[in-house]
Design a protein around this ligand. Structure first.
Ligand code: DAH
Length: 340
């Protein structure tokens, strides 16, 4: 027969200790409780452990085990109450309400995003991407495009010449000729790239800017193909309710020539839908037979259409930006708004 008295006593001690811990109002009171129960010399639980040697040998393991368990429970309760009390009197070590620091994440420039979005739509319609040199000759930039050198556009006032007849291309249209020289029809290309003009730097002009050239050459290509493709592009870019209109215009390399406008439907924050004004998005037209001949193609057999548009203008419109220069100041606070 073993004596259960010490075990029962330990249970009572545990209950007393836990109650004393819970009602300790400050750290001093808590320290008294600790000394009272776990103190080396006077601690009541410690005393039980010390007295193990006086117990009959068969009782020792059981009582020893129980005493250690109670000691652990009381120590843990002391610890928990101690940090609870610390929380009440001092600032918490960690402020969990502080917003996490954001990791810096780069993003595409809004104009690059516009170029990509436009290119992807034409890519889905079966176009490939083409490119040409930014420094090109008068021939590719003007003459091959049916533009005589005495044309105002070829004037040194507008064009940045490098040496003699070499210049910084003033539009992406020279990529038309460079592509036609290398490939036989059918041709369906999109050629985004930088172009350069002697423009003053203001809210709507930058001396270097992006253009996107489009060119289609094949047998039996008509103005109807052109209107249908442009309409499809506009609806995919701006939404299914977008309208497209073609205004007669003049470019030396197209006949007839047109300026293309779009009218969008936008949804206001209050949910009402309104039509925007007409906005010009590109110059375009049916490729002039002289240009087709200059490429060495048979102009009786092949026809085509072409366009040139300004993605920066399109990005300005999309984001409600009214000064082009903000795109080029490289102020990260401005640009980060467009990071996707
Ligand atoms: N190259 C013209 C410009 O920079 C834009 C343009 C108009 C391109 C008509 C074309 C076109 O391909 O057919 O103003």
């Amino acid at each position: 027969m073993t004596d259960d008295t010490p075990v029962v006593a330990l249970g009572a001690l545990e209950a007393q200790a836990l109650e004393a811990i819970a009602s300790a109002e400050d750290r001093d009171a808590l320290e008294h409780v600790r000394v009272d129960f776990l103190g080396r010399s006077e601690g009541r639980i410690s005393a039980v452990l010390r007295g193990l040697g006086q117990l009959p040998p068969e009782d020792r393991p059981k009582v020893g085990q129980e005493a250690n368990r109670v000691k652990g429970v009381v120590a843990a309760a002391l610890e928990a109450r101690s940090s609870e009390l610390a929380g009440g009197s001092e600032a918490p070590a960690v402020d969990l309400t502080l917003p996490a620091r954001r990791r810096w994440k780069g993003g595409l420039h809004p104009i690059t995003q516009a170029v990509n979005d436009i290119w992807h739509i034409f890519r889905d319609l079966g176009f490939t991407r083409a490119r040409g040199p930014e420094a090109d000759t008068e021939w590719y930039n003007f003459e091959a495009l049916n533009t005589p050198l005495d044309h105002p556009a070829a004037d040194e006032q507008d064009t940045l010449y490098l040496v003699d007849s070499v210049l910084l291309r003033s539009h992406t249209s020279p990529v038309q000729m460079r592509t036609m020289e290398k490939h036989d029809p059918p041709i369906r290309i999109i050629a985004p790239g930088w172009v350069y003009r002697r423009d003053t730097y203001d809210a709507t002009h930058t001396p270097a800017f992006m253009q996107i050239e489009g060119l289609v050459i094949d047998e039996d290509v008509t103005f109807v193909d052109f209107k249908a493709t442009l309409g499809e592009f506009a609806r995919r870019y701006w939404g299914p309710d977008t309208q497209v209109r073609f205004r007669p215009s003049f470019f030396p390399f197209t006949e007839p020539s047109a300026e293309v406008d779009v009218k969008r439907v936008i949804t206001r924050p209050d949910g009402t839908r309104v039509e925007t004004d007409w906005l010009e998005i590109m110059g375009a037209g049916m490729v002039d037979p002289n240009v087709i001949e200059n490429a060495g193609y048979d102009a009786e057999k092949y026809t085509g259409w072409a366009f040139g548009m300004g993605p920066a203008r399109i990005a300005m419109l999309k984001h409600g930006v009214d000064d082009l220069r903000t795109f080029f100041d490289n102020d990260v606070r401005f640009l980060a708004q467009f990071a996707s």
